[in-house]
Every structure is written in C-alpha cells, then in structure tokens.
Design a protein around this ligand. Structure first.
Ligand code: NAD
Ligand code: IPM
Ligand code: MN
Length: 335
C-alpha cells in the first residue's frame, strides 16, 4: 500500500540512543508501506566536537524546506550542558516557530494529552550573568510570556479538547506565586473559554497537578501548560504511563507554514547507550504522529495500535531480554 506522494523527511538521529531508536522508527515506517524521502543530517555532539558547529544557518534553511523532521535525541556527556540543547533542539523549535509541543499519554491509568507551550517561558533565554565566578556573581533567568504566544497555545488546546470524547481541558500553572505570568495565562484562558462552550475548563496549580497525576490521573483529558512546567510534567506522565521509553511528542507548527518536528520525550540516555536496552517505542510512536500530521492517518493508526500491543513487551527502566532491535521487529511484524 504505497502512498500517493512522497514525503521529504529530514532525519536528525543525534546523540546517545537517538540513532538506535530512530533506526527502529524508520524500519516500522517502511513496514507500514509509507514511502519517505529521507535525508540524514549529521548534527549533534559528534559534529560539534569535530567542527564546533551546532546548527549552521545553511542547514537550518534546508531544514525549513522539508515536510517534516524526525529527531532521535540531543545531548552528550562530553559537551557542556546547553550547547546542543539550546544550539540545536531549542533553536529548531524557535526558528521554525513550533509553538505547540503535543505529548499524548495512554497507558497505566492515564489517557490524556499535554499541550506544552514550546517557544516562550523560561526557555526564551532571557537573562544573563554578571561578575561570573566572583562572590558577587549574579544570574538571572527570566520567563517570557506574550499574549500572542499564550493565546495561540491555549487556542490549540481548546480545539484539541473539543475534538476528543471527554472535552475536558485543565490549565496548569502557578498563579498563586508567578502572579504576572499566571495572570496572563489565566485571563487569556478565561477569555477563550466562552468560545468553546462544549469544553469543560478547569485549573490546577502545578504542584497539585503532580499529586493528581499520580493519585487520580483519570481527571485529566487535555492539559495545557507553560514550557518549563510542561517539560517536567511530561516526564512524570511518561513514567506513570508505562515508562519514559514509550512517551512520544510532536513539536508542531499548526499553521503548517513550515515543517513540524517529531521526537521522543526522552533524551540521549547516555547510561544505556549501546546496551540494546533503549526502548524504541517512543520514537516509533513519534514517527506515527509525524505520519498522521503528513496526512497518512491510516498508517499512523496502524503503527499506534501496534505500539500499544507491543508495549507489554518492553520493560522500561529495567534490564530486559527484549532488545531495541527485537522490539522494533515486533512492531514491524504486526503491520
Ligand atoms: P534521559 O531522558 O536521556 O534519561 C533519563 C532516564 O531515562 C535514564 O535513566 C535513561 O536510561 C532512561 N531512558 C531514557 N530513554 C529511554 C529509553 N528509550 N528506553 C529506556 N530507558 C530510557 O534524560 P537525562 O539523563 O536527564 O539526559 C541525558 C541527555 O539528554 C542530556 O544531555 C539532556 O540534555 C538530553 N535530553 C535531550 C532530550 C531531547 O533530545 N529531546 C530530552 C531530554 C534530555
Ligand atoms: C524535552 C527535553 C528538552 C526540553 C531539552 C533537551 C532542551 O528535555 O524535549 O523534554 O527541555 O524541552
Ligand atoms: Mn524534557
């Protein structure tokens, strides 16, 4: 069952277990019958250590022309923290204006999706250091929240909630302490809510949301939150819904004025690289989200189903007899 048209996909395998899990994701896409024109990009720790480059402008221009980007993981122990994370991954999210980071969780007692704002907040890079290394050192790290940025993220979340069976949306923030940013988020949320009368809207503080996610996750359908809260909450949600090795994500440009980027929630996992213990299901599920966004809904649904059926074969976070490759094969065989 070959697709009518080819999709041009840039593949950034990246660091650590990134190449291991992406190989399985591409294997599964092939088995689904969807034809991809893939181009591999040598970006990440190895390139940085060799050339000092994280994401050259010319490469960024090329990446802006493809239909989608599939990324494994970035971050390497022999590169200072932030160099690759900011210089490569965040640069892509910001430059391509991938303002929604959509992270679905279906497993354990969770059946929800987190809409994480993906271009602002504490990630914007506002701040600086003064008198570094002296006793009078100062470091500031601001959080940038714009009405436009908050509103477009919330609107996406309301529309997503409207499209789901339960039609429930929870804003998660810390309005009791982060009163400036919290006020903007809460007010914009309250202003949008009447436009979505069929969506039940709720609010939780981030600290309470951590309790509820563990103790009563059934209350959550769609959760919308800022960049940093969303980062942390989705690792927790991943751990609670079958393990971080299952958690997939889509960095979306919903207006489709450029490519969107699909990647597992997890990182480069240097502690298990090369052991065959990396769970490829998060990467495979991310590839399915990519296919869905590219209009290949049938293949995406078949892969997602195969991943769910295969999930019990994975042993997240524990030593396992099932290797990365065997798990990829098991998904491919089901298609
Ligand atoms: P991590 O997600 O790489 O690993 C956290 C823990 O989860 C580790 O014990 C790891 O072994 C385990 N784990 C992760 N993915 C797994 C998988 N597929 N199967 C089985 N176990 C898995 O987070 P970290 O250790 O905090 O960060 C390592 C590096 O990755 C850092 O450089 C960090 O900046 C980077 N990072 C990148 C991304 C990304 O590319 N999107 C995400 C998170 C962290
Ligand atoms: C994630 C990662 C990234 C983030 C890092 C690597 C920049 O943790 O995708 O969750 O914090 O957004
Ligand atoms: Mn994270």
């Amino acid at each position: 069952m070959l697709a009518d048209h080819h999709h041009r996909v840039a593949v950034i395998a990246g660091d650590g277990i990134g190449p291991e899990v992406l190989a399985e994701a591409l294997k599964v896409v092939r088995a689904s019958g969807v034809a991809l024109d893939t181009v591999d990009y040598d970006l990440g720790g190895a390139r940085y250590l060799r050339t000092g480059e994280t994401l050259p402008d010319s490469v960024l221009d090329e990446l802006g022309q493809v239909d989608a980007i599939l990324l494994g993981a970035v971050g390497a122990p022999d590169v200072p923290p932030g160099v690759l994370e900011r210089g490569l991954l965040l640069r892509l999210r910001f430059a391509l204006d991938l303002y929604v980071n959509l992270r679905p969780f279906e497993g354990g007692r969770l059946d929800c999706a987190v809409v994480r704002e993906n271009t602002e907040g504490s990630y914007a890079g506002e701040g600086g250091a003064l008198r570094r290394g002296t006793p009078h050192e100062v470091a500031t790290q601001g959080s940038v929240n714009t009405r436009m940025g908050v509103e477009r993220c919330l609107r996406f979340a309301f529309e997503l909630a409207q499209s789901r069976v339960r039609r429930h949306l929870t804003l998660v923030h810390k309005t009791n302490v982060l009163t400036f940013a919290g006020d903007l988020w809460q007010r914009t949320f309250d202003e949008l809510a009447p436009q979505f009368p069929d969506v039940a809207a709720a609010y939780n503080h981030i600290d309470a949301a951590c309790i509820y996610l563990v103790e009563s996750p059934e209350r959550y359908d769609v959760v919308v939150t800022d960049n940093l809260f969303g980062d942390i909450l989705t690792d927790l949600a991943g751990a609670l819904s079958g393990g971080i090795g299952l958690a997939a994500s889509a960095n979306l440009n919903p207006a489709r004025t450029g490519p969107s980027l699909f990647e597992p929630v997890h990182g480069s996992a240097p502690d298990i690289v090369g052991t065959g213990r990396a769970n490829p299901l998060a990467a495979i599920r991310s590839a399915a989200m990519m296919l869905d966004f590219l209009g290949e809904a049938d293949a995406a649904a078949r892969i997602t189903k195969a991943v769910a059926e295969t999930a019990p074969l994975s042993v997240p976070g524990a030593g396992t007899v099932i290797t990365t490759t065997q798990l990829g094969d098991a998904v491919a065989e089901r298609l």
